[in-house]
Design a protein around this ligand. Structure first.
Ligand SMILES: Cc1ncc(COP(=O)(O)O)c(C=O)c1O
Length: 408
C-alpha cells in the first residue's frame, strides 16, 4: 500500500464539509426525493432506447447530438408542448435548456445572478438543496412566510419594502409554487397574480421551481407564474426526476433570450447525458400521461398508509395536512421534540428522516418538524418504519405519550 497523498494544504478555502463514503440506504428510508421503484417504466424505457438508438444512434458522434448546446431537440419540443398544455407557458424549444437535473438549473441561475453578499428571497420553508447552494455562494437569504395558499403576499411585500428602505434589490424570489417542498401547498392563481404584481413593482425577478407539478393528485395545476407574467421576468425550472426517475438526471430551464445566452455560456459541460435525453423524448411522446396517471395513484396509496400509521402511532401529537400531491409529508411534533436529534437516534435504529431545520430558513422553528418521503419505501416498510420511529421518539422525548393515540 502506498501512503495517501495529503491534499489538506492544497485545498481551496471555504469548501463545504467533506462528504462521507456512502454506506448504503437505511432500511427504513424516508429521506431524499426517491421515487416508487415499481412505477419506473422499465419496459417502456427499454423499448424507447432500442427504437431511438437504432434510428438516431449515429448522432452520438457529435457533442449535443446535432441538436446544439440547448439539448436534444425532440425532448425540448416535447417539453414546450407539455408546458403549453398543462401550465399555459408559451415558449419555443429555443427557450428551453436541458440540464443535468433541475439542480443544475439552480446552479446555473445562481452562477449568473448571485454573488457573495447578494440578497435572495426564499420561502421560509423550502428545498434544503436550494438553501445550501445559496449559503455556499455567500448570499444573504431572506425568508418569507407561507400560508395555506403558498408564499404569503403580505409577508413578501413587507420584505421587499424593508429591503428597498435599505437600498437593496433582491436578485430573485425563489418559489416552489405547485406542490411546495416541504409543505406541499399549491399556490392559487390569485396568489400567483399578487406575487407577480409585487415583484414587478419592486423590479425583482421570480425563480419558479416546478419539479413536483406533474404530481398533483387531481391532475390539474394552476397556470405557471412564467405563463402569467407574460414576459421574461420569471425563470422556470422543471424536472423528470419526480415524474419518471431521479437517477435519470434530466431537468430543464425555461428563460428568454438574452438571459438564456448568459446561462448557456456557463453551461460548458459538453451537454447533459445524451442517451438519457433521447430515451426520455422517445418514451414521453407516447407514454408520459398514462405513466404519470398510474404513478400518482401509487403515490397516493403510499401516502394513505403513511398518514394512517402516523395517526395510529403518534395520535394527535403528529400534526400534518393531507397534501394535494407530491412525495412528502411535512409533520410537526410537540415542542419538546428536537427532530435534528431525533434523526440521529432514529438512524441508529435504521430509520432515516429529514429533520425540519434543514428545510427552513428559521432553523429553530424547524426543530419540531420533520419531512417524510413516502414514495420509495414499500407499504410494509412504511408501517414498520413509523412504528420504530414512534418507539425511538418515545424513548428519547416521551413523544408519543403512550396511550395518546387519537388524531385531532
Ligand atoms: C424543489 C426541488 N427542486 C429541485 C430538486 C432537484 O431535483 P433534480 O435535480 O433531481 O431534478 C428537488 C429534489 O428533490 C426539489 O425538491
Amino acid at each position: 500500500m502506498t501512503t495517501a497523498f495529503d491534499y489538506a494544504e492544497l485545498l481551496r478555502p471555504n469548501l463545504p464539509p467533506a462528504a462521507a463514503p456512502w454506506t448504503g440506504f437505511a432500511k427504513y428510508n424516508f429521506t431524499g426525493g426517491h421515487n416508487d421503484a415499481d412505477s419506473v417504466p422499465v419496459d417502456g424505457l427499454i423499448a424507447a432506447a432500442v427504437a431511438v438508438l437504432k434510428r438516431e444512434g449515429r448522432t452520438l458522434a457529435t457533442y449535443g447530438l446535432e441538436s446544439g448546446p440547448l439539448g436534444y431537440r425532440p425532448l425540448r419540443e416535447f417539453i414546450a408542448r407539455k408546458l403549453a398544455r398543462d401550465a399555459d407557458v408559451q415558449c419555443s424549444a429555443d427557450e428551453i435548456l436541458i440540464t443535468s437535473g433541475s439542480l443544475q438549473g439552480l446552479d446555473l441561475v445562481n452562477q449568473v445572478l448571485v454573488g457573495p453578499g447578494d440578497t435572495v428571497i426564499v420561502e421560509q420553508m423550502t428545498y434544503g438543496g436550494a438553501i445550501t447552494r445559496l449559503q455556499r455562494s455567500g448570499a444573504n437569504i431572506v425568508g418569507v412566510s407561507l400560508d395555506h395558499d403558498g408564499l404569503s403576499a403580505a409577508s413578501l411585500k413587507s420584505v421587499l419594502e424593508d429591503l428597498k428602505r435599505q437600498g437593496i434589490r433582491a436578485k430573485y424570489v425563489y418559489t416552489i409554487p405547485t406542490v411546495q417542498n416541504p409543505t406541499a401547498t399549491v399556490m392559487s392563481e390569485a396568489r400567483r397574480g399578487e406575487i407577480l404584481t409585487l415583484c414587478a413593482q419592486y423590479g425583482v425577478p421570480v425563480f419558479e421551481d416546478e419539479c413536483y407539478a406533474d404530481l398533483v393528485w387531481q391532475g390539474e395545476r394552476p397556470r405557471a407564474l412564467r405563463a402569467m407574467a407574460g414576459n421574461n421576468s420569471v425563470i422556470h425550472i422543471g424536472s423528470f426526476s419526480k415524474s419518471i426517475a431521479p437517477a435519470l438526471r434530466i431537468g430543464y430551464l425555461v428563460a428568454g433570450w438574452p438571459l438564456m445566452g448568459r446561462i448557456l455560456a456557463i453551461k460548458n459541460d459538453g451537454g447533459s447525458g445524451a442517451i438519457d435525453q433521447m430515451i426520455l423524448a422517445e418514451y414521453c411522446q407516447h407514454n408520459f400521461d398514462a405513466h404519470v396517471r398510474e404513478l400518482r395513484k401509487a403515490l397516493r396509496r403510499k401516502l394513505d398508509v403513511l398518514m394512517e400509521c402516523l395517526r395510529s402511532q403518534f395520535g394527535a401529537q403528529a400534526e400534518f395536512e393531507d397534501p394535494p400531491g407530491g412525495i412528502f409529508l411535512w409533520v410537526k411534533l410537540p415542542a419538546g421534540v428536537n427532530t435534528t436529534r431525533l434523526a440521529q437516534v432514529a438512524l441508529q435504529s435504521g430509520v432515516a428522516i429529514n429533520p425540519g431545520a434543514e428545510w427552513m430558513t428559521d432553523t429553530v422553528e424547524g426543530n419540531t418538524r420533520l419531512r417524510l418521503c413516502f414514495a420509495h419505501p414499500s407499504e410494509q416498510i412504511i408501517r414498520e418504519g413509523i412504528a420504530r420511529l414512534a418507539e425511538v421518539c418515545n424513548r428519547e422525548f416521551g413523544v408519543p405519550a403512550r396511550g395518546a393515540k387519537e388524531h385531532r
